[in-house]
Every structure is written in C-alpha cells, then in structure tokens.
Design a protein. Structure first.
Length: 200
C-alpha cells in the first residue's frame, strides 16, 4: 500500500501511539514484583564484609561456619528509598517472629548499599531493627547480584541456590507464603511462580 506524502506523518504518529499503548498494556499484565535474573538456578554469590557493629560476616561462603540448612532472604536496600521505609517494619516482624526462633527457620540477610554508617545506624534505631545489617560500602555486593533498584530481594534455597528475585516491597506473610510455595515446587521455573504471585 502506498501512503500519500501528506498522510505519512499522521500514519507514523498513529503507529507510534499504537505501539506505545500495546507496550503499556503488556507491562500492566506483568506482575511488578517479577523480575528475571541471570542468578536464578545458580549458587548465590558470597556476601562478605562488615556489619554496622564492625563484625566481620560472611554468607554463602564455604568457610561461613553455618552448618544449618535453611532458606535465606537477601534484602538489598538504601536509606533514601521510600519503599524500603514501608517494608522495614515487616522485615523486623519476619526476623523476630520467624527467623530468630530457630536456626533452621528462614533467615534474613539485610544488605545496605553505599549509605553512611551513621545513616544506617539511625535507620536501625528509627525502625527498631535488631537484625544484622551488612554494609555494601563500595556497591560490589549489589553489583554481583545484579541489583537494579531498591528494595530488591533474593530467595536462596537451603542448598545455596538462588530460586527467585522480587523487586519491590514485601511483607512477612508474603515471604513465608513464597518460601512455602518454592519448597513444594522445587523444580518450578520463574514463569511458573509469576503466574501465582498475585495469589500469595
């Protein structure tokens, strides 16, 4: 079909708008918490460094000394993140009511990205957080995990394998439902879980 020159600009504008609308509709259909990651199915990168108290810590390292098998939720965050503020009370609740009770219960690893120590300590006081916070002062830890924004969380199996990534806010109930589903569906793929995320 040959388009007359006087209609060419109009046709291109309609095509551009149609393409934009279709992309928006596709994006709305996708769960905002679902973010593909190249780490899925691989061993979790080692998390090693200092906590806010100056303690040397290591997670997922062969010499970490953690002989108990449990799920681990790795949560990356920053003090400037408003969604992280909304998520903070639920993470403390998850820690005190679940993670802290037994070594075999799901554990929480909190990683702050490149904030000043004083800011992180003030954050812990403000939200009454009693769990350990690992300081990613240079941003290398988040880089190894492919973090693109905050909050961003990774669910690591008892075998140390990354099973899923969640971009956005979570709460304690969602965390446990997700881990329960992953436990019952060990061979699941990311797209399988994406279909049922809204039901968790």
């Amino acid at each position: 079909m040959i388009i007359p020159p006087r209609y060419a600009k109009f046709f291109l504008a309609v095509l551009a708008i149609t393409s934009f609308v279709l992309l928006m509709l596709f994006g709305l259909k996708k769960n905002p918490n679902f973010t593909p990651s190249q780490l899925i199915g691989r061993q979790a990168p080692v998390l090693e460094g200092e906590s806010t108290s100056g303690e040397k810590v290591a997670f997922f390292a062969s010499n970490s000394g953690d002989e108990e098998k449990h799920w681990t939720v790795v949560n990356f965050w920053t003090t400037s993140c408003s969604v992280c503020r909304a998520e903070a009370p639920s993470l403390q609740k998850f820690y005190t009511e679940i993670s802290q009770k037994k070594k075999t219960n799901p554990q929480l690893v909190s990683v702050n990205i490149q904030d000043r120590l004083s800011s992180v300590v003030n954050w812990q006081k403000t939200y009454g957080q009693t769990f350990l916070v690992l300081l990613d002062t240079q941003g290398f830890l988040s880089l190894n995990y492919g973090v693109t924004g905050t909050p961003e969380s990774f669910f690591v199996s008892p075998e140390g394998v990354v099973k899923f990534r969640v971009a956005g806010e979570m709460n304690d109930v969602f965390i446990m439902k997700l881990i329960t589903w992953l436990d019952k569906n060990p061979s699941s793929q990311e797209q399988d879980l994406n279909k049922i995320l809204d039901k968790l």
